[in-house]
Design a protein around this ligand. Sequence first.
Ligand SMILES: [Zn+2]
Length: 295
Amino acid sequence: MIQNPIPWPNGAKCACAITFDIDADSLIHVSRPKDSHRRLYPISMGRYGPDVAVPRILETYKKLGIKQSFFVPAWCIDAYAAMIETILTDGHEVGHHGYIHEDPVVTHGDAQAEAFEKAMEVHRRICGHAPRGYRAPVYNITPQVVDLLIENGFSYESSLMGDDIPYRLKTDQGQLWEVPVHWGCDDWPPFAHYEEIGYMMPVRGPSDGLRAFWEEFDAQYEHGGFFMLIVHPFLTGRLARWRLVDQWLEKTLETKDVWFAPLEEIVAHVEQVTESGAYNPRVDTLPYYPGPVTP
Ligand SMILES: [Zn+2]
């Protein structure tokens, strides 16, 4: 059912990644800049990520011996530098996720170029190197951002929904890898309830919400694909939910032929099998349309 499955290392049936976007309280500051500092409840909901959930998540990864990817707005890297240091010391990847979670469709042109570069500076200063991967805030990547990524030597981006497995993006500026996302593997639909930023989802029970993810995994595993979650510490890192994820991870690693790795390693592998001629990826040429599509 997958036309051209990727040959994974060591005969693994499926490459897997649980990717966390650590947005913390950036979301309330970017959506309500005038009075966010007086809104203690959403600040505390966001800060639960760095303060409580991230240490819990890192403990699970350490126990199971896996390395993963975290996408973090640069403002949060600065505000929670000690957390970033622990993530990097444990061997995980930190990717670019905007400056303060600004939406690239809204913050575009010079303002986007400025925010993008300001974030690069924070990565270089606090993480010690430029990021290799990017995920757009609210998945809203634009042709401008794709070209900024190519210009800045990124190896991949992870915001588009055009395939089940990694594929290539090409523009007239060059190319990079796409590590595709989709809403069925994102924790906003089952778990986010956040009126201030326009999300009023009916919160599902932990096993109910997570069951949808495990069904996504079963399909990818059966077809030799790629399984990725796009989740948030303040949602999926909550006690009852993470307890179930921890149990699922332990069981899956014990009983299945899976390869859990940070996205930069998964992409490096796809690049390597492509270069060697063992794999022929699908390519999307961007932009899809040169201008407004009018009837
Ligand atoms: Zn985000």
